[in-house]
Write a protein that binds this ligand. Sequence first.
Ligand SMILES: [Zn+2]
Length: 417
Amino acid sequence: MKKLGRFSIGVGDRFGHQGEAQLAALELTEKAGVVVVPVWNKSNREHTLIGTEPAQTRQAADAAVAARNWKHQYFLDADHVGLKTVDRFIDACDFFTLDVADDIGQPAEAADIDAFAARWKHLVGTLTIPGLSEAFTITEATLRQVAGTYLRAAKEAGKIYRHIAEKKNPETFVVEVSMDETMQPQTPLEMFLILAALSEEKIPVQTVAPKFSGKFLKGIDYVGSVERFAAEFEADVRVVAHAAKLFGLPETLKLSVHSGSDKFSLYPVMRSVLQKTGAGVHLKTAGTTWLEELIGLAAAGGDGLAMAKKVYADAIARMDELTKPYATVVEIDKTKLPTPAEVSAWTSDQYAHALRHVQSNPAYNLHFRQVLHVAFKLAGEMGISYTDMLKKYRSVVGKNVTENLYERHLKPLFVGA
Ligand SMILES: [Zn+2]
């Protein structure tokens, strides 16, 4: 099994031009004393929306690593794949996020539930997790109920894992199991028993992505109780450590937080739990690098700013189409959006300030930001006229990409403010 380092960050690079700028942020982190492993993630949905293939992501990542002479690990994540979508990723990727959210709540076979309850009967009673003051009570009914909700998902993860392992040497890739794209959050106790079920499937799972309580909307801060998240995150971290030992899962097993990017209010509490427990984490961010590209183009002025404005005008014209695939993870108040006519009169700074995620800036507009977040398809349609612009303004775009990733993500979470 290829072991994943203690700290890792999932970064998106939709158009494959910012790998070097992203690595520059990881170099700053390393200089500050912490090695964080980059994992370039791109889902099937993203590839399909802009017409790219995983092999292109591989090329871009390898080229960036060579150009910056990055000496540590790096991975390419087939993000949110299932049996139907995984094949196109198998050659190019070495990290697979097995998405089994759709199987959650699908009734398991009665015989499978019986077998699960029998297999884990010795867990019935009081479960104390090292480091957690509160103990859990497990009854036979708990085992049956969790199996009823999650066993099919665990078995599906087993199927996807074995499908990949038939085609690719299991020693060469990392496995994540994700359950975040579902309605109900998983409790720490459920997580514990889900890990038991994954161990039955003999999946060498190194990262597990639960759904946490609260809202993880794309590209904007967390919506919910930070205190509650902190307690839940700590309980999950401790459950994962205990379950790894008890169920013989890889010692590198850790949580993966599918953040949807920019959960700034959570970083300090996550950091304190990681420090307290010595645990690792995988922070998966979404494609906000694309927003830094727009900020960079806007800041460049001239044709760069004009293109950034055109993307916004087109996004407003096609908003329903663009938001549809992201219906559950964006919340846009149309009344708070500037009109394309207003934006067309903006300066570079006005555009950048409205878009850049600095909450203390009164010009920051989270609705404007969310519209542009889902508008990457439009840049995909522009094809080389967009990517040529990225090349033309490479340094100003790269500066924004690096600064955003380091100052607003890596530093607060891994280095400390
Ligand atoms: Zn996810």
